[in-house]
Design a protein around this ligand. Structure first.
Ligand code: DX5
Ligand code: ZN
Length: 220
């Protein structure tokens, strides 16, 4: 069954505890946390201090998406803060394999993210080292953007590579512009995890929004 990872970026930051409770009680599988540095992406969000505070609020796995330059400098801080999954951008890591090994060495599950213009080949040789492949379906930096249809072909291409892996395959996650209307096509293309910011937090009933995404995914 498809996993739903609400992205806290679309939450009300004046009431984080209530917002986390809303999606945890609403049936979320993971909590997706968008870390931005104002360099790799134009926006700035939060760092390990906030991840640590959230760790105390929830039992949900923390899916930490690092949209930062030189992410290797901060892995230990995020691991100590309680991240379960640590995803770095392939574009930010000239030594991606080494960074993924470091993440595993810190006791976290390694993920690699691809911007819309980055081809699937960027992670071909590290697929066996990954627990998660994150396909960005918007240019990262902001919530509430329109889904880029080019992402569907990339999801299919990565899914077909994963089928040919001999060992356990990483999960395939899509992030950006995910809606109930698109969930079926995304799951049909091979997605395991739907990140959804606006589609969950902008809805008054988060549980209903999560259920609708899951239902639409199951029909895919
Ligand atoms: C974008 C972030 C996303 C964002 C998704 O840079 O990585 O996780 O919060 O938000 P929606 O679902 O609103 O596109
Ligand atoms: Zn994200």
């Amino acid at each position: 069954m498809v996993k739903i990872a609400p992205s806290l970026l679309a939450a009300d930051f004046a009431c984080l505890e209530r917002e986390v409770r809303r999606v945890e009680d609403g049936g979320a599988d993971w909590l997706h946390l968008d870390v931005m540095d104002g360099r790799f992406v134009p926006n700035i969000t939060f760092g390990p201090l906030v991840v640590k505070a959230l760790r105390r609020l929830t039992r949900l796995p923390l899916d930490v998406h690092l949209m930062i330059e030189e992410p290797w400098l901060h892995l230990e801080a995020f691991a100590r803060a309680g991240a379960d999954i640590l995803t770095v951008h392939a574009e930010a890591c000239p030594h991606l394999h080494r960074v993924l090994q470091s993440i595993r060495g810190l006791g976290c599950r390694p993920g690699a993210a691809l911007n819309p213009a980055t081809p699937p080949e960027a992670v071909d040789y590290v697929l066996p080292d990954l627990d998660l492949v994150l396909v960005m379906s918007v240019n990262p930096g902001f919530g509430g953007q329109e889904f880029l249809p080019l992402s569907l072909a990339k999801i299919r291409a990565i899914r077909s590579r994963l089928r040919h892996l001999s060992g356990p395959a990483p999960l395939l996650e899509v992030d950006g512009g995910v809606t109930v209307e698109r969930a079926g096509d995304l799951v049909e293309a091979g997605v395991d995890v739907l990140v959804a910011g606006t589609a969950v937090f902008a809805e008054p009933d988060a549980a209903a929004a999560i259920a609708a995404l899951r239902r639409a995914g199951a029909a895919g």
